[in-house]
Design a binder for this molecule. Structure first.
Ligand SMILES: [Zn+2]
Length: 200
């Protein structure tokens, strides 16, 4: 392994798994001894890292956090608060990414089903509580698109109330947009959000 490669790797403070730091959630401590998720990895100060995995968020505790910053004081009870703080930040990132694309979104079952016959690669967000009938309908349509050589990325996203809130449309079970490299961040945020939601 080269030096530069090793530098970019960090280990999760919960499970000790090593990964590139961009794949992990960076945490920092502020002047009030609060542990803050540094989702975009830009905050100054010493960082500690945790996997973007519900399993690691669930096991996160104060002892691990205090061990991660030996010379900095960390307030009690942070183990539980960190995932909540991360969820609120990631939700905001999802909201911004969706609002940037708001004119390009197909929202709701009818609009999405209609769009399924477009030839362009498509990204679908399906609410976790969408219901079996709709989920089956969407999966069938994705299968047909695949058989026709059309690309579809399907991401399961939180619940329909949250999805609706993010696009300011009440309750939304499914939405679709053209997929492109520009959607990469949105897809990442949605997957992160899913891991944080799995905490409940
Ligand atoms: Zn981990």
């Amino acid at each position: 392994m080269t030096d530069s490669k090793r530098k970019a790797e960090r280990s999760c403070l919960v499970c000790r798994r090593q990964a590139e730091k961009t794949e992990l959630l960076r945490l920092v401590v502020d002047e009030h001894a609060q542990v803050l998720p540094d989702v975009l990895q830009k905050a100054p100060g010493r960082g500690a890292y945790i996997c973007w995995q519900s399993a690691c968020f669930k096991r996160l505790n104060d002892k691990q956090l205090m061990r991660a910053w030996k010379n900095v004081s960390v307030a009690a009870g942070q183990g539980e608060i960190v995932p909540q703080r991360a969820e609120s930040i990631v939700r905001q990132l999802c909201r911004q990414a969706l609002q940037q694309r708001r004119k390009l979104l197909s929202v709701g079952r009818d609009a999405v089903m209609h769009r399924m016959w477009a030839k362009t690669p498509m990204l679908l967000l399906l609410a976790g509580d969408a219901g079996e009938a709709l989920a089956r309908q969407i999966h069938d349509a994705c299968g047909k698109r695949q058989a026709a050589g059309l690309k579809t990325a399907l991401v399961i996203f939180g619940d329909s109330a949250t999805l609706g809130d993010l696009v300011q449309r009440g309750v939304v079970s499914v939405l679709a947009m053209d997929d492109s490299p520009a959607c990469m961040n949105l897809r990442k945020y949605c997957l992160w959000y899913g891991q944080l939601r799995d905490m409940e």
